[in-house]
Design a protein around this ligand. Structure first.
Ligand SMILES: Cc1cc2nc3c(=O)[nH]c(=O)nc-3n(C[C@H](O)[C@H](O)[C@H](O)COP(=O)(O)O)c2cc1C
Length: 187
């Protein structure tokens, strides 16, 4: 049987991003049968504009995004929290991916969310906001475990490797849940 394909999306563009590092850890600790690639196009996405959202005018980067999501068996999102909510770039990606609503790439798509932040409440509010978004898109959200990596800077080494065993265990639990959903997609 071929591996299930998961598209990882980081909400941060920073080279030293904790959230991108968390996605890399997910690649390392993925269960057998789950292959995680990381989306590279966030920075190149134009702002959502309904006038461009037609078959004739759709930006190539958006077409590529939708194709990558359609081809994936599930999404794994690692989000920072910006001002108690979803970073604008990530929200913009979701807005593009969510159209046209009736046939969108996010419809029934298994989605797992996680997030890392240096502070004490690592991404709690951003993840709640994301969960709300994925209700409207009718995605198949992994509910538990919740992976909120607080005090995240202490859990990675200087090379961006996840060194905290509890976080590894939590991450593996999330990946197992995502794998189960990807194996049995709703529809
Ligand atoms: C515009 C902006 C807003 C932020 N707002 C919050 C916030 O509301 N809550 C929080 O815990 N951290 C906040 N932070 C700090 C981020 O959690 C921190 O920069 C984190 O490392 C970003 O994730 P990254 O390492 O993946 O880039 C904010 C950072 C920026 C740049």
């Amino acid at each position: 049987m071929t591996d299930l394909k998961i598209l990882g999306i980081s909400g941060s563009l920073r080279t030293g991003s904790l959230n991108t590092a968390l996605l890399r850890a997910a690649q390392k600790y993925a269960p057998s049968g789950l292959e995680i690639s990381i989306y590279e196009g966030l920075e190149g996405l134009p702002l959502y504009n309904g006038d461009l959202d037609t078959e004739e005018t759709l930006p190539a980067q958006v077409r590529e995004l939708r194709e990558q999501i359609n081809a994936a068996d599930g999404l794994l999102i690692a989000t920072p929290e910006y001002n108690y909510s979803i970073p604008g770039g990530l929200k913009n990606l979701i807005d593009w991916a969510s159209r046209p609503a009736a046939t969108s790439s996010l419809l029934h798509k298994p989605v797992a969310i996680m997030g890392a932040a240096p502070g004490n409440f690592g991404t709690v509010r951003a993840q709640l906001a994301l969960r709300q978004v994925f209700v409207w898109t009718h995605s198949d959200l992994v509910v538990k475990p919740e992976v909120m990596v607080f005090k995240a800077a202490e859990r990675f080494d200087e090379g961006g490797n996840l060194t905290d065993e509890d976080t590894v265990t939590l991450l593996q639990g999330l990946l197992d849940s995502l794998k189960t959903k990807a194996e049995h997609p709703a529809g």
